[in-house]
Design a protein around this ligand. Structure first.
Ligand SMILES: [Zn+2]
Length: 175
């Protein structure tokens, strides 16, 4: 396993729409293992493949609390089958939007279909924080960040701060 570099906004790569995964094989599982290790090291609770520059529809997640044993989850080619009309607000953050948090409103429940670590089809009803996390990660697959749900004013303020932080680190900005 290896820790990969997480891409941070603003970066054009994060706006890509990720592609469907054709086959869940050992190479893909090795990639998911790397994603999980990268997410744990960050530390974070969710990571989409595009955040390490791989535009495939893959998400890893672990919502276990510190005192609980690890509970990794893997979602390949996830689709939302149904979303509740009832909405809920959580404060969101993102490994690609470091140290920025804001409230986003999303459906409180979603029913999803996906392939698991072994490539088996699964359906799952997600509620509350899990529902928010899966929707946040699935947004990444469409090139959408949580700050895209905020007002233009707030988004631009956050992007300017991130840009400034990057310049401070001497990181070059891809076009
Ligand atoms: Zn994110």
């Amino acid at each position: 396993m290896a820790i990969r570099q997480i891409i941070t906004a603003p970066d054009i790569r994060l706006k890509q729409v990720s592609e469907q995964v054709d086959a869940v094989d050992d190479d893909l599982r090795a990639l998911m293992d790397d994603m999980l290790e990268t997410m744990y090291a960050a530390p974070g609770v969710g990571l989409a493949a595009i955040q390490i520059g791989i535009s495939q529809r893959i998400i890893v997640m672990d919502l276990a609390r510190d005192e609980e044993p690890p509970a990794p989850r893997y979602f390949i080619n996830p689709e939302i089958l149904e979303a509740s009309e009832e909405l809920v607000i959580y404060e969101e953050g993102c490994l690609s939007v470091p140290e920025m948090y804001d409230e986003v409103e999303r459906p409180n429940k979603v029913r999803i279909r996906y392939l698991d670590y072994h490539g088996n089809p699964q359906e799952h009803e997600c509620e509350e924080f899990l529902a928010t996390c899966i929707q946040h990660e699935m947004d990444h697959l469409e090139g959408i960040l949580f700050i895209d749900h905020l007002s233009k004013l707030k988004r631009n303020m956050i992007l300017r701060k991130l840009q400034k932080a990057k310049r401070g680190q001497g990181e070059t900005q891809p076009a």
